[in-house]
Design a protein around this ligand. Structure first.
Ligand SMILES: [Mn+2]
Length: 430
């Protein structure tokens, strides 16, 4: 039995107050879905099995390049972060794994494994960091890492990625995510083809060190920290990388890493079709890579992404097994609350997408009935699936209302007393 951080009594007491209403709401929704030929329990079963990983860097308060305003009781190290992740998993039952960032989370791997297994947590993809300089690092990444003009700097960046794989092997991770900040701030600063060539050569060395049962995820990003050009700037380049490297290489889609109004769901479809969709970093954005909470700005876009994922899942697309991770920066909220609600938003989009009448949709598409085709999506999107999500949590031992249970437990005040304020921590925005 895994250790619980929030007392069982508190969760049960909060659930008891809400249970009767939830059962009525679930029955009512079940009746309405039944009229549409949908069995509510089958949807709930799928939701119960869906998981999204928590990024270790997400439980600390984030910031901008202007300032960072620390929150109370912030995690001081990876072991505190694991405890915060355990709270999120306990209350949502949707986040059983943690994604580590090295060197921010560097510690004895066996100790890390032990700390996570205390709470029944596992490890998701390992993330390397060659976009900032670690303490005592020999060569700087100021002018790039895997694409750096200097061979010794590239070598150092390759070695770091190989080290991340080694740590991940002990932890039971099965994937390495590589995101680099390499690029340029001025026209003429770098030779586009030369930098990309050097990047590919370096990535081939990392790929060669990948265990057979691992996946390599590369993450594209249009701009930032480099503001004129980025070496891995878009999904086309990302696809070329995955093609160039081999069968274990896949593209990771971070929802914030595109130009405004880009049709991300279509990118997702293309990557699925050509078997190169590795997974997601879920978040939301208004203007750029804002790293806002998933579903907080454009929940319809999140639904449309899941519409593509469910379409692939139901049609049995070969090799379709994307990883789901959150990647957000919580600057003004309690990170635990934001991450719990963001995980729920991801599940909501999944549940809504499961409600799409795909047979009817295909019929409208074939008949060129644009109006009814788009209405078919809207009918699913407009359905309030909250009773399904809440019932899934209740069934699996979570909280009907995770934020209410979390606040009732007084966790933040408790850790604020135990964890003295830190000057700064890894507030990664990648
Ligand atoms: Mn990301």
């Amino acid at each position: 039995m895994s250790e619980l951080i929030i007392s069982d009594d508190i969760v049960e007491k909060d659930n008891a107050v809400r249970k009767a209403d939830l059962e009525r709401d679930y029955a009512s929704l079940g009746e309405r879905l039944d009229r549409r030929g949908i069995a509510i329990d089958a949807i709930r079963d799928k939701v119960e099995k869906f998981a999204v990983a928590i990024p270790s860097w997400g439980v600390g308060t984030g910031g901008t390049r202007f300032a960072r305003f620390p929150g109370a009781g912030e995690p001081r190290d990876i072991f505190d972060k694991i405890e915060d992740c355990a709270v999120i998993q306990q209350l949502t039952q949707a986040t059983p794994t943690v994604s580590l960032h090295i060197p921010w989370d560097k510690a004895d791997p066996n100790r890390l494994k032990q700390a996570a297994s205390r709470f029944g947590l596992g490890f998701d993809a390992m993330n390397s960091n060659t976009f900032s300089d670690a303490k005592d690092q020999k060569l700087s990444y100021k002018f790039g890492s895997l694409s750096h003009a200097d061979a010794a700097t590239r070598r150092q960046a390759v070695e770091h990625n190989l080290e991340c794989i080694e740590i991940g092997r002990t932890l039971g991770s099965k994937a390495l995510t590589v995101w680099i900040g390499d690029g340029s701030n001025f026209p003429g600063q770098v030779n586009f083809a030369g930098a990309f060539e050097r990047y590919l050569d370096a990535m081939k060395e990392i790929y060669a060190g990948l265990p057979n049962d691992w996946k390599l995820f590369t993450e594209h990003k249009m701009y930032e920290p480099a503001f004129y050009s980025t070496v891995v700037q878009d999904w086309g380049t990302n696809y070329m990388i995955a093609q160039e490297l081999g069968d274990k290489a896949f593209c990771l889609v971070d929802l914030g890493h595109h130009a405004p109004n880009v049709n991300i769901e279509m990118i997702v479809s293309r990557l699925i079709q050509f078997k190169k969709l590795g997974g997601f970093h879920f978040n939301d954005s208004k203007y750029g890579d804002d790293d806002l909470d998933a579903g907080s700005i454009d929940p319809y876009r999140l639904f449309l992404v899941f519409n593509e994922l469910v379409d692939a899942e139901l049609s049995g697309a070969k090799g379709f097994d994307p990883a789901h991770m959150l990647d957000q920066s919580h600057n003004v909220t309690d990170p635990i609350e934001s991450l719990m609600l963001s995980a729920v938003e991801v599940l909501r989009a999944y549940a809504q997408a499961l409600l799409v009448d795909r047979k009817a949709l295909a019929g409208y598409q074939d008949a060129n009935d644009a109006l009814m085709a788009t209405q078919t999506l809207k009918v699913a999107y407009r359905t309030d699936v909250e009773p399904i999500l809440a019932m899934a949590r209740l069934n699996t031992g979570g909280a009907i209302d995770p934020v209410a249970a979390y606040r009732a437990a007084g966790y933040r005040a408790k850790v604020a007393a135990e964890r003295p304020a830190v000057a700064s921590g890894g507030g990664g925005i990648v």
